[in-house]
Design a protein around this ligand. Structure first.
Ligand code: HEC
Length: 173
């Protein structure tokens, strides 16, 4: 088997794709529509690194495998979820369905991400996905509250991947 010297170097050391890339041409960006007037420049956010105390720079939340991230939601988020529930869900559901034994048994081994995904991909049954991500995640917070999980300082993020790491085990307490 023949190995070119360049490939060998790449195998022995970190080799950027550019070194071995076939030299594909850059995509042509000349298709941008010409605008008559220059777009307004957005005001840049003031960079103020001094405002962030160095000692509070968080380590990676997933650094420790043993410590699960907290299932944190605020009372405001849960209250917002209750309002969304009343507006969009009570045509078919009562809130008690989401804290009874069968609900707890069904969901306690799943994650907040599973519940979030289930809601946005199937509910409301007559218009799945029709609510905003912030509304769906508030509904998850509301369901936690219904199940007696304590509200705290943080908010659940409207981010399925982050929610995947949050176990719903606390609803069975
Ligand atoms: C048009 C009627 C209808 C509306 C409106 C509706 N749902 Fe549902 N929902 C259903 C039905 C029917 C089921 C059972 C479906 C199934 O199990 O396949 C269900 C099941 C669910 C489940 C699963 C319950 C369990 O025990 O696992 C959740 C969670 C849920 N709905 C949340 C919501 C939320 C949140 C809203 C409001 C955004 C909503 N639903 C609005 C009809 C509705």
């Amino acid at each position: 088997m023949k190995i070119s010297p360049l490939a060998l170097i790449c195998m022995l050391s970190a080799c950027s794709a550019a070194t071995i890339g076939p030299g594909a041409s850059a995509p042509n960006s000349s298709s941008e529509p010409a605008t008559a007037s220059a777009p307004e420049e957005p005001t840049p956010l003031p960079a103020n690194p001094a405002a962030i105390p160095a000692e509070e720079a968080p380590a990676s939340p997933y650094e420790s495998e043993t410590e699960a991230p907290a299932l944190a939601f605020s009372i405001d988020q849960a209250n917002f979820g209750r309002d969304v529930f009343r507006a969009s869900c009570t045509a078919c559901h009562s809130s008690s369905e989401f804290s009874d034994r069968s609900f707890k048994f069904k969901w306690r081994r799943r994650s907040a991400g599973d519940l979030y995904r289930h809601m946005y991909s199937t509910m409301p049954e007559d218009a799945p996905g029709s609510l905003a991500p912030s509304e769906y995640v508030a509904l998850v917070a509301y369901v936690l509250r219904l199940n007696g999980v304590d509200a705290g300082e943080g908010e659940l993020p409207a981010d399925e991947e982050a929610l995947e790491g949050l176990s719903l085990a606390a609803i069975a307490n």
